[in-house]
Design a protein around this ligand. Structure first.
Ligand SMILES: Cc1ncc(C[n+]2csc(CCOP(=O)(O)OP(=O)(O)O)c2C)c(N)n1
Ligand SMILES: [Mg+2]
Length: 550
């Protein structure tokens, strides 16, 4: 005879779950016991938020839901930011939380919070399991909803008495492949005609272009039509082998160098743009027309309202569009002459020997030590804009950043997930001294798991991005600086290794040493953030008004 938690774990195994990240409470002890004898590994973390970030990133990279587990009330509430991260970032994830018994109430209202209600606006679906009979179908439905475009988080609450209750031997609901519907030929014809008529076409790759399943189709399309492309922050790295057509990344919303091409374009073929991202450009009268190619229809915003749409499986849409365009495109490369000028600006100060290092130099040096398939996972801070603008990627999903919830604290946990999934690749977390300290306790988890991982801390002893914005808005410098631990000794106290960059030329060797050493290695690098104002405000002023804060 099995019990509710056995049915849950059998259903998770049926979904192919390999790992669950989390912090259990007494309400999950039956689930934990059922996991003990299952094929699923349980990764205990030091904070539920980190577990949720890890599960979300697992989903983002693997293309199938990551799973995390917490107790009721306090633990479940610690999942909130992770749920929002996955919801805004379209990352498939299942959050399982415990609850006091629902059939009787032995502890009155102790620790009881309406978790399902708190999760409802943060997930695609949130539900309480009220009977063992419904466990197999609830789990199958949760995975279906989490995986289906647009992917995202689903919450299941399993009360402890349902988990413990004797249950009939129900089989899990089998999975079957579900194909995404194909775009209507009329939409493809219309889009094809618009592209053929365009004088200065440009491709934009958005967040959904980074879905793991799309890499080949997207690369084939760009290589076949040879229209130059730029990407949004979260669309970075989606095209392999098309680097001669790369025009830049829209890290700001307007008037950066890449916006010269955007402003000149008369048609933008927007592939997988998700308006959850900070706008890569602002649509308005006189600007380029936009064709939206997506899994789902475009959302209409004040700053984004496409003139045509191709809705359906994006990979197939691109193949079908390419067959309508092949050999007929006369103006494909019209904007290509702008490329050199745009990219040249990005190389500015990339090798300067100033100490502390310029952000450009940090991006440049990181690129030197990362192989093409190396994965850089960013936390959220000022350096994110520099990495988005200046870091070149050639392999899909090799620069993971969050331009959706843009939360601090996800850099280290997301890098840990990348390292678990790709143990053979170099994985680097890049964090500010603010964001790193929001989840630095997971250094212990990383060391315990024996991960190979380097953490680069960009140190300015401040919440630099907000300090920058404060200066840009002409407020006095106030309230945004702090002290830091000695990061080298901090790393050592976890049983990790650490070093501090002391010279302008010290970053590359420090990172090389760290990667060669293996294990968890922390490298602290002091940054000179005066470049934020000099480049992103003063230099671009002629081209840009002040960009919005992430
Ligand atoms: C959880 C969370 N809190 C606050 C913010 C607002 N915020 C955005 S960037 C930033 C400063 C980041 O500081 P740090 O990590 O040191 O990076 P830096 O900008 O200094 O390089 C803050 C407070 C946020 N995005 N997420
Ligand atoms: Mg900082």
């Amino acid at each position: 005879m099995s019990k509710g938690s056995d049915l849950l774990v059998a259903a998770l195994e049926n979904e192919g779950v390999e790992r669950i990240f989390g912090v259990p409470g007494e309400e999950n002890l039956d689930v934990l016991e059922s996991l003990r004898s299952s094929k699923i590994k349980f990764v205990v973390t030091r904070h539920e938020q980190a577990a949720a970030f890890m599960a979300a990133t697992y989903g983002r990279l693997a293309g199938k839901p990551g799973v995390c587990l917490s107790t009721l009330g306090p633990g479940a509430l610690n999942f909130s930011t992770g749920a929002a991260y996955a919801l805004l970032g379209a990352m498939p994830m299942i959050l399982i939380t415990g609850q006091k018994g629902i059939l009787s109430s032995k502890q009155a209202r102790f620790q009881i919070v309406d978790v399902v209600s708190s999760m409802t606006p943060l997930t695609k679906m949130a539900r309480q399991i009220v009977s063992t009979r419904t466990i197999p179908s609830a789990v199958r439905e949760a995975f279906r909803v989490a995986e289906q475009e647009r992917p995202g988080p689903v919450h299941l609450e399993l009360p402890e008495d349902i988990a413990r209750e004797e249950a009939p031997d129900l089989l899990p609901v089998p999975r079957h492949p579900i194909e995404i519907p194909i775009a209507n030929p009329a939409a493809l014809d219309r889009a094809g005609a618009m592209i053929l008529e365009a004088k200065r076409p440009l491709i934009m790759l958005g967040a959904a272009a980074s879905r793991p399943r799309l890499e080949d189709a997207l690369s084939n399309f760009v290589r076949s039509v040879r229209i130059p492309f730029f990407n949004t922050q979260m669309g970075k790295g989606a095209v392999a082998g098309g680097s001669s057509l790369y025009m830049g990344t829209a890290a700001l919303s307007e008037r950066d160098y890449v916006h010269k091409a955007i402003d000149w374009a008369d048609l933008i073929l927007s592939i997988g743009h998700d308006t959850i991202e900070k706008p890569p450009f602002i649509m308005g009268p006189g600007g380029p027309n936009v064709i939206h190619i997506g899994y789902l229809p475009a959302t209409v915003e004040e700053v984004f309202a496409p003139q045509a749409e191709v809705v359906g499986d994006v990979g197939l849409s691109l193949a079908l569009l390419a067959s309508r365009l092949e050999g007929k495109l006369k103006n494909a490369s019209a904007l290509l002459p702008l490329r050199e000028e745009i990219l040249a600006h990005l190389a500015d100060r990339a090798t300067e020997s100033r100490f502390p290092l310029t952000p450009q130099r940090i991006v440049h040096d990181v690129r030197q030590v990362m192989p093409e398939d190396g994965i850089v996972c960013l936390d959220n801070g000022m350096y994110k804009i520099w990495f988005a603008r200046n870091y070149r990627t050639r392999v899909a999903n090799t620069l993971l950043l969050d331009n959706a919830l843009a939360t601090m604290g996800a850099g280290l946990p997301s890098a840990m997930s990348a390292s678990i999934l790709y143990p053979g690749r170099r994985v680097l977390a890049v964090c500010g001294d603010g964001g790193f300290m929001m989840n630095s306790q997971e250094m212990e988890t990383a060391v315990r798991l024996g991960l190979n991982l380097v953490v680069l801390i960009v140190q300015d002893n401040a919440y630099g991005m907000i300090r920058w914005k404060q200066a840009v808005d002409k407020f006095p410098d106030w309230g945004l600086t702090f002290g830091n631990p000695d990061f080298v000794r901090y790393a050592a106290s976890y049983g990790a290794k650490g070093s501090r960059v002391e010279t302008a030329d010290g970053l590359v060797p420090a990172l090389e040493t760290a990667f060669k050493a293996g294990g968890v290695y922390l490298v602290a690098v002091p940054v000179d953030y005066s470049e934020n104002k000099r480049v992103l405000v003063d230099e671009l002023r002629n081209r840009v008004p002040v960009p919005a804060t992430a």
